[in-house]
Design a protein around this ligand. Structure first.
Ligand SMILES: [Zn+2]
Length: 292
């Protein structure tokens, strides 16, 4: 960031910090900036949202973050993965070792500990039937590869008869209809789709007011959100205990599940029930092996 940018963004930076402070002072640790769809009694979910442009001073309308969330004998490890920013990660390095052992039980441990991909975007809630109070408000939305692929498909259609749509655009973009089915205990977003392109509002003052409420996305990949390699390695060793990896796998299988621990990020865990990015486990480890 240039000095001119720093000066220009001084107010928005301050407002962002104030929001962060508010967030960290909430008692239950839940992040009320985040919007989540809710299911009805039949296990389906429906809502209409609008993806919003990059916030002021930023250029990309999403943040892409990898994290690890798994339990060892020493408790839960829930940490952002440094590969998010192209840095080396001790958890991923350990996974590569396990995967390359060729032993099926080690590969299962690697699968359990693999990095998971999340995206964050600012959204405007058009219609949230389960929580109408959310309608007309700006939130952050955390989503996986499946929805990100739907965004890319709208922006870069595969066939010539389809017109590319910048779904993040206030004027030329499109609402997104989230349709969730529960399949095998997991949330499935396959039926979700974009509506025909239309302006979110014909009133630019209203759009500007929405834009000004957006949250920083670059904050998600800021260095302050990541432990150093050494810190993460220490944390990993503490979670895994002194047991070597192979024995660890046996212990994990024998153990009863324990309740989720108490950090703010842990609150998200029970809803971590999408399978969106599970398919790429093999390709991910194959690629890691190639990189070595
Ligand atoms: Zn990692």
């Amino acid at each position: 960031m240039s000095f001119a940018d720093l000066k220009r963004k001084s107010q928005s930076n301050f407002e962002f910090l104030q929001k962060e402070l508010e967030k960290s002072s909430t008692s239950n640790g839940a992040d009320d900036r985040l919007w989540k769809p809710e299911l009805d009694a039949s296990g389906n979910g429906y809502a209409v949202i609008r993806f919003l442009p990059a916030p002021e001073g930023e250029s990309v309308p999403w943040a892409k973050v990898y994290n690890h969330a798994f339990k060892g004998t020493g408790g839960w490890l829930i940490e952002n993965c440094p590969t998010t920013n192209g840095d080396k990660c001790p958890v991923c390095a350990e996974n590569t070792k396990l995967w390359n052992s060729g032993i099926e039980s080690d590969k299962n441990v690697a699968r359990d500990r693999k990095r998971k991909l999340s995206y964050y975007s600012n959204i405007y809630v058009v219609n949230d039937p389960k929580n109408p109070d959310n309608n007309g408000k700006v939130f952050l939305f955390k989503y996986g590869k499946k929805i990100h692929d739907k965004i890319l498909a709208a922006m870069q259609p595969e066939f010539q008869d389809e017109t590319p749509v910048n779904v993040f655009d206030f004027w030329e973009g499109a609402n997104f209809k989230i349709k969730i089915r529960t399949i095998g205990g997991y949330w499935n977003y396959d039926a979700s789709e974009f509506s025909s392109p239309a302006a979110l509002s014909n009133d630019d003052d209203e759009l500007e007011a929405i834009w000004k409420q957006q949250y920083s996305l670059e904050a998600f990949t800021n260095a302050s959100e990541f432990k150093t390699y050494e810190e993460l390695e220490t944390r990993l060793n503490s979670v895994l205990g002194a047991a070597p990896a192979a024995r660890q796998a046996q212990q994990e299988e024998d153990e009863e599940p324990t309740p989720v621990a108490n950090t703010a990020r842990d609150v998200d865990l029970p809803s971590f029930t999408n399978t969106e990015d599970d398919d790429d486990a093999l390709s991910y480890f194959a690629r890691l092996a190639e990189e070595d």
